[in-house]
Design a protein around this ligand. Structure first.
Ligand SMILES: Cc1cc2nc3c(=O)[nH]c(=O)nc-3n(C[C@H](O)[C@H](O)[C@H](O)COP(=O)(O)OP(=O)(O)OC[C@H]3O[C@@H](n4cnc5c(N)ncnc54)[C@H](O)[C@@H]3O)c2cc1C
Length: 420
């Protein structure tokens, strides 16, 4: 078989996992990975945790096994145009690469502060954390005199980062427009526990609060909150979500998701881009069919790795003219996060649930767990605080959407729990 050329846009979790699968193939392939960051792939999940605290270095977090014969890295280069007619990608240096298959894995970029930023200097001190360079910049500022930090957004990244900065002795104000942090992910009970944990750790945590403006006053940033109150800080960190890095695809003929979370590339269960032969997408920038067939974009490391592998397997099957096996049944999303040193394990979702049950311990104890049920009494997810044993036992029930009586009938009486 003649050599085939595959281009991967994005050297993150999805792109690097795909490159590894392609590299192991018996087909005669040349793989080019185009990555906007000036470095080989690394573990992005550490940039607001171990890398920020200094527990690990940039070298420690490099992804292993990236030196693969037949895989060529074009790092520090950005794809600026996709031509689906001749299946090629144009880069920011004016060069163009034609390919037999193109995998789009550009990830996502942090949302900008919605309020106004007034004054030139302030924009240098209004940061977000998406990559290693962001963390290095933030660490340098913290080592300087920038100890008062306002984090706008108390989601996973804002919460984790607040914990790291407080532990490092910073003065942290954390704001979030919602009444409770991450209630969609964690449910009301655990969200309330998180709010109390922020206060106990020493954060000035303000719910129902958004930043409306940031202004430079002398050496300080003056942050105006939507309540009208003002706060002087050295740095503002924006942490209220990301948007798929797909603006450069707007005119490419690739179908992008619209609605409240727009911009993701719509793919089928095998990660083929809808209606564009030879083009695939994976990771934070892709929306694949969820349990009810509606495209869902997932923003988790494990999902990006597995989507990258699936997309690469589909590419190999398509190039080899082999059928792809039916996509595996969707397993519930699963991830963990740290809240001021306590590990939370989240399986499935609290979103759409109408009822919560305590399935382990007491709320506020070092270990407790809560499960979520929808209006039809089907379990939608569970959160373990301080331990994952209870949520791991619930995994198969969450995967099948079991009712509480089916969980009871399985004989695991502890899992039926106590209503909250
Ligand atoms: C601070 C932080 C902490 C996180 N912590 C966790 C965690 O604890 N657990 C968890 O499950 N998930 C976590 N995540 C999410 C996880 O890191 C992402 O879901 C995952 O990295 C997505 O992988 P990806 O390959 O789709 O995108 P990315 O890893 O973002 O990689 C995309 C790459 O493509 C590059 N790129 C973008 N556009 C172009 C272009 N046009 N041309 C060339 N290159 C381009 C980008 O610069 C980037 O290097 C965290 C994310 C962040 C930012």
């Amino acid at each position: 078989m003649d050599s085939k050329q595959i281009v991967i846009i994005g050297g993150g979790a999805a792109g690097s996992a795909a490159a590894q699968v392609l590299h192991q193939s018996e087909l005669n392939l040349e793989v080019v990975v185009v990555g906007a960051e000036n470095r080989l792939p690394y573990n992005r999940t550490t940039v607001n945790k171990g890398l920020l605290s200094g527990a690990v270095s940039a070298e420690d977090i490099a992804m292993p096994g990236m030196d693969m014969p037949g895989v060529h890295w074009r790092i520090g280069r950005t794809a600026v145009r996709l031509d689906t007619a001749d299946r090629s990608v144009q880069l920011d240096d004016g060069t163009s690469i034609a390919a037999d298959a193109i995998l789009l894995a550009p990830g996502a970029t942090p949302r900008n502060l919605p309020g106004s930023i007034i004054g030139d200097a302030s924009s240098n001190r209004v940061l977000s954390l998406r990559n290693l360079a962001d963390t290095q910049r933030l660490r340098a500022m913290l080592e300087d005199t920038s100890r008062r930090v306002l984090i706008a957004g108390a989601g996973l990244i804002g919460t984790e980062t607040a914990g790291i900065l407080l532990a490092a002795g910073a003065d942290v104000t954390l704001t979030d427009p919602s009444p409770l942090p991450m209630q969609n992910h964690l449910g009301q009970t655990v969200a309330r526990w998180v709010a109390e944990a922020h206060a106990a750790a020493g954060a000035d945590f303000r719910t129902r609060t958004a930043v409306s403006a940031v202004q430079t006053i002398g050496n300080n940033l003056q942050v105006t909150l939507d309540s009208g109150s003002q706060r002087e800080v050295d740095l503002v960190l924006t942490a209220f979500g990301v948007t798929p890095a797909t603006q450069w695809l707007a005119d490419a003929g690739v179908r992008l998701q619209d609605g409240p979370r727009p911009g993701a590339i719509i793919v089928d269960g095998h990660h083929r881009v809808d209606g564009v032969p030879g083009v695939y997408a994976a990771g934070d920038a892709a929306a694949a069919p969820g349990p009810n067939g509606i495209p869902v974009r997932v923003e988790h490391w494990g999902a990006a790795l597995s989507q990258g592998r699936t997309a690469a397997t589909t590419i190999l099957n398509d190039l080899g003219d082999r059928p792809s096996a039916p996509p595996p049944a969707e397993s519930p999303s699963s991830y963990s996060t740290y809240v001021h040193g306590t590990k939370l394990t989240i399986v499935g979702t609290a979103s759409g649930s109408t009822r919560e049950q305590l399935v382990l311990g007491e709320v506020g104890a070092p270990r407790f767990a809560v499960s979520f049920f929808d209006a039809e009494d089907r379990i939608t997810g569970a959160v373990g605080v301080g331990g994952a044993r209870a949520v791991n036992r619930l995994r198969p029930f969450i995967a099948s959407g079991a009712t509480s009586s089916q969980i009871d009938a399985a004989g695991d009486t502890a899992m039926a729990g106590t209503a909250l």
